[in-house]
Every structure is written in structure tokens, then in C-alpha cells.
Design a protein around this ligand. Sequence first.
Ligand code: COA
Length: 430
Amino acid sequence: MGDIAKIILNGNEYEFPVLTGTEQEKAIDMRTLRLKTGYIAFDPGYANVGSCQSAITFIDGDKGILRYRGIPIEQLAEHASFVEVAYLLIYGELPNEKELNKWSAEFTEHSMIHEDMKNFFDGYPAGGHPMGILSAMVCSLSAYYPELERVELTSMDFRRISVELISKVRTIAAFSYKKKIGEPFVYPRSDLKYIPNFLNMMFSSPNRVYEVQDCVANALRTLFVLHADHEQNCGTSSVRMVGSSLANLYASVSAGICALWGPLHGGANQRVTEMLQSIQQSGGDVAHFITQVKDRKNNTKLMGFGHRVYKNYDPRAKIIKQRTDVLLNKLGIHDPLLEIALKLEEAALKDSFFVERKLYPNVDFYSGIIYRAIGIPVDMAPVMFAMARMAGWIAHWKEMRDEADLRISRPRQVYVGHQQRDFIPMEKRG
Ligand code: COA
């Protein structure tokens, strides 16, 4: 018999089973809590709540460990392509050569968006945030796939709509950029791989051939692999929450994009660059900025620092920091923002405010500097995150929908408003 947790309420004892994960993570199974006791578990922000059992990604935040399907992120960042990682996350195993070639060819085949969708871009103002456009466009894509409305998708249908989503999202992202800068759309090419194809759509134009440099494609590949999944964060939980109502994959992912947009989540990469720019513009005084962060009155945060799960150096940040250095050296770029970021990190890591709170650089601290070096505009940094996260979102949506005992996500609350009172006619209101 497994471990049992006991709760004593008003003298009555209730037992709950303990679940143990494959990495010995422990959870008290509270599914019958309300039924047995009439009480609910109260945990705003869900810091102590396991919303599901998942076999996709493992994080040990104290040790700084991240693995996709058991494989350490460091190995994937070194060796795997993004489409390979997408396959691993969605199907649970690395593809063999034949499977990978077929999978890659499907991405190429499905990279175009419907011509009518080009008109959608005309409806947005030039300054519209690309995350809003991306979310709306992904949801709009569902209009072109009536099969999405079927609750039970065949495995072939699921595979095709997944590939179409991952593939088309980069076309949508690149088209929204072209629209913003007033250049004609550049169509996807069948001779280019996933990342070079995206770079070509972004930076080629009728009068400019963009040569994709290996170091640039490789830096972006690394970032995409590192961002592909991160278990039950705000964005992924949103995808699962929406999908639990049996909403279609594209609608669910569209919600994930909106959640990711927030500055406390994937929007932080944009805010880090803006923070570094602002420090630079005001003279580069890092010590002064750190003092501002520690003075809680003005609510200044060191963006790109801190994490709900990592209480150690985020393993993704470690890799990105190193790759930033490599890319900037290869491109011969000296970015003053990198210097400011390095100084901020050094100051924070020896300051008791950050040490006591276990605040370390997260995935968003250095990634913006790579995007800048590549020429990706600041407000598109969260879009890059979203494009990569498609793989994880699809994997989680599938895992959830395959659950035998899937239940709609529906948290409870502790009501603290008025007790019953009567309606007051207008003439009697003060
Ligand atoms: N700068 C300054 N202080 C920070 C901080 C930051 N980036 N992140 C956390 N803290 C402080 C909090 O104010 C809090 O201090 P207190 O205990 O004195 O009140 C303490 O550290 C714990 O943080 P908390 O907000 O409870 O952690 P959380 O798990 O709820 O939030 C984040 C995690 C990621 C939202 C938070 O660290 C943050 O806002 N970071 C900056 C945004 C960011 O980079 N997001 C991307 C995450 S990948």
C-alpha cells in the first residue's frame, strides 16, 4: 500500500492517497477533498497545486534540471533541430531518420497560409502588438479547418493540424512583421528548413537577398529548442484549461499566446530589452537600478530574473548566455546592452536581496540580445517564444485530450462578497 496523507478537521480524520512521480515527486491526491470534507484547497497562483500528471517535461527547480521526455535540455540544445524536438515532445520519442525526413517534409508542405488570410493583416494598425495579431490569426486559422470541430480527431488529422500550426505560425509571424514595416510578403520556400525559411521570410525582400548565416540559424535553433516546452506554466495551463472544455487545438493555443504575452511570462523578454535600453539611456548606472529594484516603493523589477519553479540558475539561461557570447563574436557585434546585462547579473548575484529570494537569471534575460543581433524587433521577442512553444502546447493539448478521465478545468473560490441583500429601487439609493 502506498503512502497516505491524513487531514484532521473538526476532530474527524480523512485519508488521501499519495502519488509519486517517476522522479520521486510527491503529491497528495486531493480529488475527493470536497466530497469527503466539504472543504476546498485554497492556493491562489496554484503554487502548490498539481493540475495533471504529465509525461512530457521534467523540471527540478532547486537543482536547475530541465528534461524533455527524459532527455536533458543541454543535450537537445547541442544536437537537436527544432522540428526534431517538436516530434519528441508530441510523440514521446526521437524520430528515426525516415520519420524525421517525413515530418520535416510535412512542415515544408504546409507552410503557406490561405491567400485570403493576407487580407486580415490590413485590418491592424501598424503599431499593433504582434502577439495580439498572432493570437487572433491562430484562432482565425481554425475557420479553415472544419475538422477541428470534431472532438475525436483521427491520428492523421491530429498530425496534419499540428504540423500546419507549427509551420504556418512562422509564416504569420513573418507576414505581420512585413506588414508593419510596409514591405511585400515573402512566401515560404520549399528548399529551406524551418528556421532558415523563417529568417528568409523576415529579412528577404524583392530587392534584397538575405543570406542565412549558419551561426544565426544555429542561435535561433538553440533558442527554439530551449523554449519548446516548460511543463505547467501560465501559458501551457491556459492551453490545457481552454482545451479541457473540448475547444479545438487552435482556439486553445490562441489562449496560450495571450497568456504568454504578459510581462511576467513570455513578454518578459521584450521587457528585459526595454529595461536594458532604459538603463543605457539614463547613463548605464547599474548600481542605481539595483537600488531602485530593492526599494519596493516604485515596484521596479529586475526583468528576466526570478522564477516560480527555479530557485537556482535557470539551465536555459546558462546556455543562452553562452550562445549570446558565441553569436556576437561570430557576427563581430559589440552590444552595449550585453555589457549592462552582465553587470546587472554580477551585481544581483552577490546582493543579499536577490540571494535570499533565490532570484537568478531566467530564460528571458539574455535571449533578447540574440534577437537584437539577428535583427528581430524588440516587440517580436515574445512572438519568437510563442512560435517555439507551439510544440509544447500541442503536446500538452494532446496529452490532456487523450486522458481517460478528462474533466473540464473548473477551480472553486472562497466567496468574500456580500451575503444576500435586497435590491434597492433607484429613488431610495443615496
Ligand atoms: N525583481 C525583483 N524582485 C523580485 C523579482 C524580480 N525579477 N522576482 C521576484 N522578486 C521578489 C518578489 O518581490 C518577492 O519578494 P518578497 O518576498 O519580499 O515579497 C520574492 O522575490 C518572491 O517572488 P514572487 O513574486 O513571490 O515569485 P513568483 O513565483 O510569484 O513570481 C515571477 C515569479 C517570474 C513572476 C517573478 O520572479 C517575476 O516577476 N520576475 C520578473 C519577470 C520575468 O522575468 N518573468 C519571466 C519568467 S520566465
